[in-house]
Ligand binder design. Structure first.
Ligand code: GLN
Length: 312
C-alpha cells in the first residue's frame, strides 16, 4: 500500500522528525528504525497508529504529530517491537526503554508540578498553618519545612509571620540560614510580616541579621504595639478591587531599591512588594479569605517551573 522506504524516509525528513529530535524520544526513534529495518508495512501501520501519525502517500507530505511525544500518557515502546529485536539488540533496546520510562516519569512530575507546585512554609514558629491552608486553596501543594534538607524538594517557599528574632535564632542553627540564602538564589520566596523582615537587605529598630534577598530597608514594630494592630481595606496593583490587609505588630518598609515594584501602600509606605520572584508583605494575606496575593506567588512559582528560569 505504502512504499516502506518512502514512508519512513518521509516521516524522518518531515515535521515529525524535528518533533522526534526536539523531544529526544528514544521510543519513537527505535520504532522507526525497526520499522525501516524490517521493511514491514504492518509494523509501519501499527507505528503510525501508535504515534498518531497519518501516513503519506507518494504525493502527500507527512503530517505533523498531534500528540507531543513527551505526553506522559502517550504510548511507550511496545513489547511487540522489543520481541522483534533479536537477542543481540534486546539489551540495548531495553536500556533505551528504561531511559524513556524515566524521562516520562520526570515529565509527568514536571507537568504535575507546573499545575500544583510544591511550596514550602517555614514551620518553626508563627502562623504557618494558615499559609499552608491558603496555598491548598490556590491548588498548590503546601509542605511544612522544619529542616534545611527539606528545601531541595520545593518549587518555592513562604516565610510566615511570627517573631523574626525567634525564627532567626532557630535559623542560625544547623546551617539553615545559609541553606535559605542558597535556596532563594534559584527559587521564588515570599515573606509575610516577620518573614518580610527576614528577607530584607537591612533591618532597623533594632538592627538584626537578615537574608538580604529583598532590596529593602525594614523597620520592625513601626506601627505601634500589639494593641495597635489593625485591618485596612485598600486599592492595590492587583486586579479585582480593594484588598483586605491584616496588620499585626507590622514592620514598615522604609525604603526600597530600584528593582522593587510596589504593589500596595499604607499611608504612603509600601506594604506589598515584588522584586522578580521575591515577594514580601508587611500584612498577613493568609488571615483574610481573599486569595489574590497567594495566587500571585503561586503564579510566579509556576512561571519558574515552566521556563526553568528564575526571574530576578
Ligand atoms: N513584630 C514581629 C517581628 O518583629 C513581626 C510581627 C508579625 O509577623 N506579625 O518579628
Amino acid at each position: 500500500m505504502y512504499p516502506n522506504t518512502y514512508v519512513v524516509n518521509g516521516i524522518l525528513s518531515g515535521q515529525c522528525n524535528s518533533a522526534v529530535t526536539r523531544t529526544r524520544s528514544c521510543a519513537l526513534r527505535i520504532e522507526l528504525l525497526l520499522a525501516a529495518y524490517f521493511a514491514d508495512e504492518s509494523r509501519i501501520e501499527l507505528f503510525a497508529q501508535r504515534w498518531n501519525i497519518q501516513l503519506a502517500g507518494k504525493d502527500k507530505k507527512p503530517q505533523p504529530l498531534r500528540n507531543p511525544l513527551i505526553d506522559p500518557d502517550g504510548p511507550e515502546l511496545g513489547d511487540d517491537f522489543l520481541a522483534l529485536c533479536g537477542d543481540r539488540n534486546r539489551r540495548f533496546v531495553e536500556r533505551l526503554r528504561a531511559e524513556e520510562g524515566a524521562a516520562r516519569q520526570d515529565e509527568a512530575r514536571r507537568l504535575h508540578r507546573g499545575k500544583h507546585p510544591r511550596i514550602g512554609v517555614l514551620a518553626i514558629q508563627g502562623d504557618y498553618s494558615a499559609h499552608a491552608a491558603a496555598l491548598s486553596e490556590t491548588g498548590a501543594e503546601p509542605c511544612e519545612i522544619r529542616k534545611p534538607d527539606q528545601l531541595s524538594s520545593l518549587d518555592g517557599l513562604i516565610l510566615p509571620g511570627g517573631e523574626s528574632t525567634t525564627m532567626l535564632k532557630f535559623l542560625e542553627k544547623r546551617g539553615f540560614f545559609e541553606a535559605l540564602e542558597e535556596f532563594s538564589k534559584s527559587n521564588p520566596v515570599f515573606g509575610t510580616c516577620a518573614g518580610a523582615i527576614l528577607l530584607a537587605r537591612e533591618v532597623r529598630n533594632p538592627a538584626q541579621r537578615s537574608l538580604g534577598i529583598l532590596d529593602a530597608v525594614v523597620e520592625r514594630n513601626a506601627y505601634g504595639r500589639q494593641i495597635d494592630s489593625t485591618i485596612l481595606t485598600a486599592e492595590t496593583e492587583l486586579p479585582g478591587g480593594p484588598l483586605e490587609m491584616v496588620f499585626i505588630r507590622a514592620p514598615r518598609i522604609a525604603s526600597t531599591g530600584a528593582g522593587v515594584r510596589i504593589l500596595a501602600r499604607r499611608d504612603g509606605d509600601p506594604v506589598l512588594v515584588r522584586q522578580g520572584s521575591v515577594m514580601a508583605a508587611t500584612f498577613h494575606p493568609e488571615l483574610s479569605t481573599d486569595r489574590r496575593v497567594h495566587r500571585l506567588f503561586v503564579q510566579i512559582v509556576m512561571g519558574k517551573i515552566e521556563t526553568g528560569k528564575q526571574d530576578r
